[in-house]
Design a protein around this ligand. Structure first.
Ligand code: 8YV
Length: 333
């Protein structure tokens, strides 16, 4: 009989979900969280027909150069800057991601971070735990309002639209967004958001949220010049990719009082965090957990498994993975 296709699963996901691969494939799975080097990724892909990877694994031209059998790479995550989509496409390797299932959970987190930055929630908790609350006072930890202010959204995909709805419907905010292209009227209406150019967005936002894909074109989009346009009372929240922000310029703005606060779930060199950010009191820091609810992570793993099974020609949707990365996508940095 023909040998069963082999798939590599790069990180421990959920055992019961990954078990869904056993029916179709020889599975090389990973039991402990592992920082695979590019050479190790290449070695794992060398004899694999398919792979299920996370943002920890970069899959580019070098990693697939000696992977003659590879036909599908399923990314667990909606962002796929870890994949060189053009290099995969050139080899006819199908690439998939996990959109939709994480939209609302990640929008929740974006809003939580925005609120934490504006109302100094984590700063207050640190202050209290440090034993510094010895006397209530009227002016302790004065923050900035969220309700009835202007929400700016940079990158108006599904998650951006979810944040817009939360701001408009829940907090009475005026919502402005910037995107490469204006969205159709219907989506603008549903999100209660108006398109503005980037300059206007930076100048008008009381709370700016970054939810756009990371690529060579968006690297350090928020640099010193962009930050200089923002209000000194504004907050900046990043739930997309760390490399969108020049972190040293951000630290400069925050320490000089040219920006009120920031909330960051993602970092350019993560898991390392710029020490200048760690030293600031007006930054909320979380370890890339935007989509990290149990239900959503399970849905992401399930969708990635479904994609891989279908992309490798098995299961009820053989040949038709539910969420392929668009043929027009550029990806990869
Ligand atoms: C994932 C993310 O946890 O979806 C994304 O783009 O950043 C997170 O939801 C991550 O991609 C896991 O690989």
């Amino acid at each position: 009989p023909e040998a069963r296709p082999r798939v590599w699963v790069s990180q421990p996901l959920f055992g019961d979900i990954i078990a869904g691969l056993d029916e179709h494939f020889e599975v090389d799975d990973t039991r402990e969280v592992t920082a695979w080097s590019p050479a190790q990724v290449a070695r794992k892909l060398a004899d694999a027909d398919g792979a299920l990877v996370t943002l920890n694994e970069r899959v580019g031209a070098a990693e697939i150069a000696d992977a003659p059998r590879l036909r599908a790479v399923a990314n667990v995550g909606v962002g796929y800057d870890n994949l060189d989509v053009a290099a995969l496409r050139a080899r006819d390797i199908v690439a998939t991601n996990t959109p939709d299932v994480l939209t609302e959970t990640t929008a929740d987190m974006g809003f939580a971070l925005l609120m934490a930055a504006a109302r100094r929630i984590t700063e207050g908790e640190r202050w209290l735990r440090d034993g510094r609350w010895t006397q209530w006072s009227f002016d302790t930890l004065l923050g900035h309002d969220v309700h009835s202010t202007t929400l700016g959204i940079l990158g108006m995909g599904r998650i951006g639209q979810g944040i817009a709805r939360r701001g408009a419907l829940g907090f009475g905010m005026r919502v402005l967004y910037h995107n490469r292209s204006r969205l159709p009227d219907r989506i603008e209406r549903n999100s209660r958001a108006a398109w503005v150019d980037l300059d206007t967005l930076l100048r008008a936002a009381d709370h700016l949220v970054l939810v756009l894909p990371y690529s060579a074109a968006t690297r350090h989009l928020i640099d010193a010049a962009a930050l200089a346009k923002m209000k000194p009372t504004a907050t900046l929240t990043n739930i997309a990719r760390g490399g969108l922000v020049d972190e040293d310029a951000l630290a400069d703005a925050l320490s000089a009082g040219r920006l009120a606060a920031a909330a960051l779930d993602v970092f350019e060199g993560e898991p390392a965090v710029n020490p200048r950010l760690l030293a600031l009191r007006n930054v909320v820091l979380t370890p890339h957990v935007g989509s990290a609810s149990l239900a959503t992570r399970r849905a992401m793993a399930t969708l990635a498994v479904d994609n891989l099974v279908a992309a490798l020609g098995r299961g009820p949707r053989a040949g038709d993975p539910p969420t392929p990365i668009a043929a027009t996508a550029t990806g990869a940095t």
